[in-house]
Design a protein around this ligand. Structure first.
Ligand SMILES: [Zn+2]
Ligand SMILES: [Zn+2]
Length: 107
């Protein structure tokens, strides 16, 4: 089924507006680098939409994770260094020494 151009209501539509999906003919279509639109307004809307989409897109999602991993590694190294220097005596989970006071066997 061939739909007619929504602009001139005369010629058969050969394009569909990327923005509003309305059919337009070759003469009435507004062509941009993104494709064909039914009007200049739709082309502007689509361009703005694309721009906002690009701006709101997360920038390099792997970067945050890499930073987090690096932070954890650095924190672990610092804790290990402090522990070796004797600044931190007991780290729960790191030390295997049992410092529980031993009950003296009654004689
Ligand atoms: Zn037309
Ligand atoms: Zn349109």
């Amino acid at each position: 089924m061939q739909s007619k151009c929504i602009v001139c209501h005369d010629k058969p539509a050969v394009f569909r507006c990327i923005q509003c999906h309305k059919p337009v003919c070759d003469d009435c279509s507004f062509k941009t680098e993104h494709g064909a639109f039914c009007s200049r307004e739709c082309a502007v809307m689509y361009r703005d939409f694309k721009r906002s989409q690009r701006d709101s897109a997360p920038r390099r999602p792997g970067r945050l994770l890499a930073r987090l991993v690096a932070l954890i590694l650095v924190a672990g190294l610092v804790v290990a260094a402090l522990y070796k220097m004797g600044i931190i005596k007991d780290i729960p989970g790191l030390t295997t020494r049992t410092e529980a006071p031993q009950a003296r066997p009654a004689e």
